[in-house]
Design a protein around this ligand. Structure first.
Ligand SMILES: [Zn+2]
Ligand SMILES: [Zn+2]
Length: 222
């Protein structure tokens, strides 16, 4: 953020597990407080990285309940002494099923979040308010975190650079995912940057031009 009288924020992604999921640390450079987003696994390594960044984690935020995103959350919660916020309660059945060793994620463990998120909720870090959108389709309880002033969103596995989340997993629904993307994300504007749960970031405008699943031209042809 360019302004001098508001805190600046930084984001760093750490791909974890064999699924190369983007665990992320998002922090304020003025307070050095941050949130840990989707700590799917490799908690030792993530805590090491957080120490190196000299960030104090105040909360864990989860986009959805799949193991590569939520597998390490219970351990991270214990070791950091913070609360877990998200995902939507419709993903609790996925959190209930988390078991050690699945996909090689040794620390995977079932848990209940301290707070479920729902459409219209807000979460905040050091004055940066994120608006919550419930975006089912990839999983029933997927949520997107949207920060208006930064024109930025954490979208989990709803949308990727060049692709969309798979919909063949329990509770997945292809049409519902398309609706989540076109009815909840696109109305936020074109110049929105996003970070997905896997791979590089992109912008909504880029995806509306070139994404083989949800480009305007693709959907118009349906
Ligand atoms: Zn997922
Ligand atoms: Zn994922």
């Amino acid at each position: 953020m360019p302004s001098t009288d508001t805190p600046s924020f930084q984001l760093q992604a750490f791909p974890v597990t064999q699924l190369q999921q983007n665990a992320m640390v998002f922090w304020s450079t003025s307070s050095m407080k941050g949130v840990l987003i989707d700590p799917g696994g490799e908690i030792d390594r993530l805590l090491d990285e957080i120490k190196k960044l000299e960030v104090t984690i105040t909360e864990i935020w989860l986009t959805h309940g799949h193991i590569d995103h939520a597998g390490g959350a219970a351990e991270a919660r214990r070791r950091l002494g913070v609360k877990i916020t998200g995902p939507h309660r419709d993903d609790q059945f996925l959190l209930d099923e988390l078991k050690p060793g699945t996909y090689g994620i040794a620390e995977a463990e079932s848990f209940t979040p301290d707070r479920y998120l729902d459409e219209g909720d807000n979460v905040e870090l050091d004055g940066a308010k994120f608006q919550i959108f419930h975006c089912p389709g990839h999983s029933p309880g997927s949520v997107v975190f949207y920060q208006q002033e930064m024109a930025f969103a954490f979208v989990g596995d709803v949308l990727f650079s060049g692709s969309i989340g798979r919909t063949d997993l329990p509770g997945g629904n292809h049409q519902q995912l398309l609706d989540s993307i076109t009815q909840k994300l696109w109305p936020l504007g074109e110049d929105i940057q996003f970070m997905p749960g896997h791979g590089p970031g992109s912008t909504f405008s880029q995806e509306r031009k070139t994404n083989g699943f949800v480009a305007d031209s693709v959907l118009a042809g349906k």
